[in-house]
Design a protein around this ligand. Structure first.
Ligand code: S3P
Length: 448
């Protein structure tokens, strides 16, 4: 989504139309897709990428890397190639980098630019322009970057902002004050072109795709774990070597179809090639604890990440108290978990979810309001939702639901439509294209 809307809101009603059956394959992982383009653009040689997510967020990263000198192409059969500039070789972009809706592109690229001798301006859509950037501005400034942001009173600054990189940057040891893979990755990526060793201390583990992939591209990176605290060290002025990458399917996208198959009676669906990195698989743990029948088949490794096909069958779900320690491993899956909880029996309690308030929208308020509007029994607390489920009965339905430029609100409420009597109208489906452009087609076809 760009700052100037190029199309009108596209409302749509989603309603139940029978069980989900057969086999589907969700698109590539968004987090991994961003990182392959970024590291490919910094490597020496030609990286090829199969299974790249062709969603707007990832395309924003591709455009930014092109604007800084990488040559990025897509073949007719969907294989991407990236010819990198080498660490230290990023060029000054001529125009502002338009990050659209993508927080990951913004924060990780701010890190990359922070240790290059270039200056870049970041702009984004209304949702992204309201999100806090202080969390990356703080460590990157410590490393020497000069960052000028709008509205410093909102979360330490928002877009539009300008980053003037520091050459050389200063290596730091940074203890993450918030469990955020984006902040961790921003510092590690800045560390790539910083002399000496940059250290990130992570008291609560978050998705580790950056660490895995940096190692895969040949960076000197070590991870030490003691009492649950991870210390990650990267040696700077690294040389990265191009490689061939296959991106596994996105568990965050699979989650919508997992919840759909669990809650729509008669469903028996196989979702192929789902990434099951333990730092991402919390949703499967929680849905299983609620009684969900999710069976991993054909477990294997794809692109250095654990992957399986998931067989998901309709199940009677029971509400549980979700352990807040699981939150980082399913941070993007709470909106759709709330939908599952709305039709489970008994109460589901969630807490420790303050971070959901600073995603593409305030996902606690957005989901509480949306679910209440379609007849679910939901109470919003400061840091979570309490949901008393229907025990398998359909929700009433209704709408239009306000999606607040948030793809995951739109898709979660589409799934809620499948378990409603009258269907659920979503006010705007356009944001879905940021992460899962084929969602609506796959949902109408149900299975191949
Ligand atoms: C992401 C990290 C998470 C997640 C986002 C993708 C990443 O954000 O919500 O969708 O690719 O590193 P935070 O780091 O803000 O938790």
């Amino acid at each position: 989504m760009s700052e100037t809307p190029t199309s009108w809101p596209t409302p749509r009603k989603f309603a139940g139309a029978g069980p989900l059956r057969g086999t589907i394959r969700v698109p590539g992982d968004k987090s991994i897709s961003h990182r392959t383009l970024m590291l490919g653009a910094l490597a020496v040689g030609k990286t090829t990428i199969r299974g790249l997510l062709e969603g707007e967020d990832v395309l924003a990263t591709a455009a930014a890397m092109r604007a800084m000198g990488a040559i990025i192409e897509r073949s007719e059969d969907g294989v991407w190639s990236v010819r990198g500039v080498g660490v230290g070789g990023l060029l000054q972009p001529v125009q502002a980098l338009d990050m659209g809706n993508s927080g990951t592109s913004t924060r990780l690229l701010m890190g990359l630019i922070a240790s290059h001798g270039i200056t870049a301006t970041f702009i984004g859509d209304a949702s992204l322009s309201g999100r806090p950037m202080g969390r990356v501005i703080e460590p990157l400034s410590e490393m020497g970057a000069e960052i000028t942001a709008s509205r410093p009173e909102i979360g330490g600054g928002t877009l539009p902002l300008m980053v003037r990189g520091s050459l050389p940057a200063v290596p730091i040891t940074y203890r993450l004050p918030v469990a955020s893979a984006q902040v961790k990755s921003a510092v590690l990526l800045a560390g790539l072109n910083t002399p000496g060793i940059t250290t990130v201390i992570e008291p609560v583990p978050t998705r580790d795709h950056s660490e895995r992939m940096l190692k895969g591209f040949g960076a000197d990176l070590s991870v030490e774990e003691a009492d649950g605290v991870r210390t990650i060290r990267i040696r700077g002025e690294a040389e990265l070597t191009a490689r061939d990458i296959e991106v596994p399917g996105d568990p965050s996208s699979a989650a919508f179809f997992i919840v759909a198959a669990l809650t729509v009676p008669g469903s028996d669906l196989i979702i192929e090639n789902v990434g099951l990195n333990p730092t991402r698989a919390g949703i499967v743990t929680v849905l299983r604890a609620m009684g969900g029948n999710i069976e991993p088949l054909n477990q294997r490794e794809v692109g250095g990440e654990p992957v399986a096909d998931l067989r998901v069958r309709h199940s009677a779900l029971t509400g549980i108290e979700v352990d807040p320690a699981l939150a980082p491993s399913m941070i993007d899956e709470f909106p759709v978990l709330f939908v599952a909880a709305s039709v489970a029996s008994g109460r589901t309690t969630t807490s420790g979810l303050e971070e959901l308030r600073v995603k593409e929208s305030d996902r606690l308020t957005a989901m509480a309001t949306a679910l209440q509007a379609i007849g679910a029994r939901v109470t919003e607390t400061e840091d979570g939702l309490l949901i008393d489920g229907t025990g398998g009965e359909l929700l009433a339905g209704g709408g239009p639901i306000t999606t607040h430029l948030d793809h995951r609100i739109a898709m979660s409420m589409a799934i809620a439509g499948l378990v409603s009597r009258d269907g659920v109208e979503v006010d705007d489906t356009r944001p879905i294209a940021t992460s899962f452009p084929t969602f609506e087609t796959m949902l109408s076809e149900r299975a191949s």
